[in-house]
Design a protein around this ligand. Structure first.
Ligand SMILES: C[S@@+](CC[C@H](N)C(=O)[O-])C[C@H]1O[C@@H](n2cnc3c(N)ncnc32)[C@H](O)[C@@H]1O
Length: 261
């Protein structure tokens, strides 16, 4: 790796005093995809099982996994259900993980999955599903994109069908930085971590992920990316959902928001 920074990015002083690379936007998850499963799969899989296994088991038509990513949630949905699953994932980098995961499944499970390599607004899903789940997706959508997603969800759902998602943050917290670490996870001699920082930036939150790989205590690689998180108040979400023909209903689990067509 270029010791001066990835792809020639200039070094900056990180909050923890370690010299790092400047964070760049990662809209297509081209950087994050490499680290996603190693650092997040186990925690996210347990959460997906808590949130979605019950509703997936009650699905009778089909399930849409909106923003399937590397397929962590898709695999939970397949294990818990007996219906077709539509995995909608526009990022090629994330689909590497998704297809790799599907390749390790049995042929029977794999036969139930349709991978849509586009945004849900372009997937042409119309009246196919009685359950749509979107895990860790909505916060990253700007309000116009979020509203377009509600319309696509309403189109994909059968009458009475259920939408489940973890909602965006309700507001931008006071201008103090919050930071936490994911990992470490060891791969042979190497130690992988990510430091996540949330920084208020006008009306949005900047979420910065700094991925680090160390060998024998020495930095081997560092990559830093940032995503924008768009807050939405619950009332605002309810209005948007209603405008798309979706009726907010009580959620089956803490941390989720639910709506029915
Ligand atoms: C943070 S990842 C979450 C992946 C997965 N749901 C999980 O929890 O592991 C968000 C994913 O949503 C996808 N995404 C963003 N906008 C989308 C849209 N309009 N339609 C479908 N997927 C979208 C991104 O490409 C990304 O892979």
């Amino acid at each position: 790796m270029d010791p001066d920074g990835v792809d020639g990015r200039s070094g900056v002083e990180g909050v923890d005093g370690v010299c790092g690379v400047a964070a760049v936007p990662d809209p297509d998850y081209a950087v994050s995809a490499e680290f996603y499963d190693l650092l997040q799969a186990e925690t996210d899989r347990r959460q997906a099982a808590r949130w979605f296994a019950g509703p997936a088991g009650r699905a009778r038509a089909a399930i849409v996994d909106l923003g399937a990513g590397t397929g962590i949630v898709t695999e939970v949905l397949l294990a818990a259900s007996a219906v077709p699953v539509h995995a909608v994932e526009p990022s090629a980098a994330m689909r590497v993980g998704l297809l790799g995961r599907l390749a390790r499944l049995g042929a029977e499970d794999r036969a139930r999955v349709t991978v849509h390599p586009v945004r849900v607004e372009s997937a042409g899903l119309c009246g196919v599903a009685d359950l749509v789940v979107a895990s860790n997706v909505l916060a990253c959508l700007a309000p116009p994109d979020r509203r377009a997603v509600w319309r696509a969800v309403a189109s994909a759902l059968l009458p009475g069908g259920l939408l489940l998602f973890d909602p965006p943050p309700t507001g931008v917290p006071p201008p103090a930085e919050r930071a936490w670490e994911i990992g470490p996870v060891r791969v042979g001699p190497d130690r992988y971590t990510a430091t996540v920082r949330l920084t208020p930036d006008g009306g949005v939150l900047r979420s910065t992920y700094t991925y680090r790989v160390e060998r024998d205590g020495c930095p081997l690689r560092e990559e830093a990316v940032e995503f924008r998180l768009w807050p939405a108040r619950p009332g605002e979400l309810a209005e948007e959902l209603a405008a798309a023909g979706l009726r907010p209903v009580p959620a089956p689990a803490a941390g989720l928001t639910a709506a029915r067509r």
